[in-house]
Design a protein. Structure first.
Lengths: 185, 232
């Protein structure tokens, strides 16, 4: 039996603010227990084609723990995943289009460079937009199959900028000049 | 638990840029989307979201004397994968307008009245059969501020996590027989008629409790299917 996957639709402008729970953008602790690893910050601004920043856009991230392990049964190493790290977080942009996450530096999963999966949901996005954040100065980036799938000229747009030790900036542009590469999954 | 994800038939999914929906052109990529083969990173996902966020009750139509205004309804939702296999234990976020077509949200400045007894949002997990139930009132239609006659038909929003990152789904459910369905720019952004039909709930005869509510059934199909584990 094959069923048609349900059609996506926009999040619309009325996603309940209470769903962006207090602390949902802080992955460094779970139920009061600290995750293992180096704490980092990822922040940025989200803009549309004309450069206008977008208010109340919802971002979610998914990443491996500090050892590059996913706390999910499909990861052969999941029994060793950090029990105090969920790997998932949610943030919404403020009036100036800014978002921020606190997390731990992901380890490199097998066969991949260290990275963070990012998805965007918003009014006007009929489908979830998916991209991937890579870290600067990582030798493993060039061999990463997701990084390498992007045309070379656009790859730098997937690399966060380190503004201070452990503080990364990852701006997102939905369309137009410096448009963030998004993936067709 | 491994999930395999196959490409979807594009006609079952909405256009990204929708005629008459002015927020779509400036917010959707111009460059072709990058094709990639899924890796473990996209084929895993947060299975313990409920440890990070709080679940909120399955009754948003009011309590005791303080009942929401509108047509009481029971939503019976079932979440399955492309094989029809239940997706149990997944978090589903639900939100909708009240019976008059007004959301509980600072961005909704429509004239329609707020209903103090209507909660507007629920966050639930499916049971082992992929099912969950919500007691609510049927949402009202409302005008979109494009000021060109576009009204959204009654609909309910869902955000569903699934078991892996690529199953994450944001969608909307519609009601059968609504005259506004035929003109809605969001519903009709899905090119395939059969796929659109799958976005419309089914009215079923009320059986069992509650006796005083319309019962609507709706099935949501997440992408993917469970892989057969490789033999050692």
């Amino acid at each position: 039996m094959t069923m048609i996957p349900t059609g996506e639709a926009t999040l619309g402008p009325f996603f309940p603010p209470r769903y962006v729970d207090a602390g949902a953008n802080d992955l460094t602790q779970l139920q009061g227990r600290k995750a293992k690893g180096e704490v980092i910050e990822i922040a940025g601004c989200v803009r549309q084609e004309d450069g206008a920043s977008l208010d109340n856009l919802v971002l979610e991230i998914w990443q491996a723990d500090a050892n590059g392990i996913y706390g999910h049964p499909a990861d052969p190493r999941h029994a060793d995943a950090d029990p105090d790290f969920c790997g998932w977080g949610r943030a919404a942009t403020d009036k100036a289009g800014n978002y921020a996450f606190r997390t731990v530096r992901p380890g490199a999963p097998r066969g991949r460079a260290r990275h963070v999966n990012v998805m965007l949901m918003f009014s006007g996005l009929m489908r979830i937009l998916k991209t991937t954040l890579f870290f600067p100065g990582e030798k493993a980036n060039d061999a990463d199959p997701v990084y390498a799938a992007v045309p070379a000229a656009r790859r730098p747009l997937l690399v966060a900028r380190e503004e201070a030790p452990g503080r990364y900036r990852f701006d997102l542009k939905l369309r137009g000049e410096n448009e963030t590469p998004f993936f067709d999954d | 638990m491994q999930v395999t994800i196959m490409p979807r038939d594009e006609r079952t999914q909405p256009l990204r840029i929708v005629p008459g929906y002015p927020q779509t052109p400036p917010r959707n990529p111009k460059a072709p989307l990058v094709q990639r083969a899924p890796t473990l990173s996209e084929l895993t996902g947060p299975v313990d979201v409920a440890r990070r966020v709080q679940l909120l009750g399955g009754d948003i139509a009011g309590h005791g004397e303080k009942q929401a205004i509108g047509q009481l309804m029971q939503l019976r939702l079932r979440v399955v994968d492309e094989d029809g296999a239940p997706v149990g234990g997944t978090v589903v976020e639900i939100w909708q307008a009240n019976g008059a077509g007004r959301y509980i949200h600072p961005n909704d400045d429509d004239h329609a009245p707020v209903d103090a007894n209507f909660y507007g949002a629920a966050r639930l997990a499916t049971d082992d059969t992929g099912a969950l139930e919500l007691r609510t009132v049927k949402p009202g239609a409302y005008p979109v501020p494009t000021n060109d006659g576009w009204w959204r038909p009654p609909h309910i929003h869902f955000s569903i996590f699934g078991k892996v990152w690529l199953q994450r789904l944001v969608t909307q459910m519609y009601f059968p027989g609504e005259p506004l369905n035929g003109q809605d720019r969001i519903l009709n952004a899905v090119p395939d008629a059969q796929a659109r039909e799958c976005l419309v709930a089914r009215l079923v005869p009320p059986t069992g409790e509650p006796h005083n509510a319309l019962v609507f059934e709706h099935r949501i199909v997440l992408r993917g299917r469970r892989a057969t584990p490789a033999q050692p």
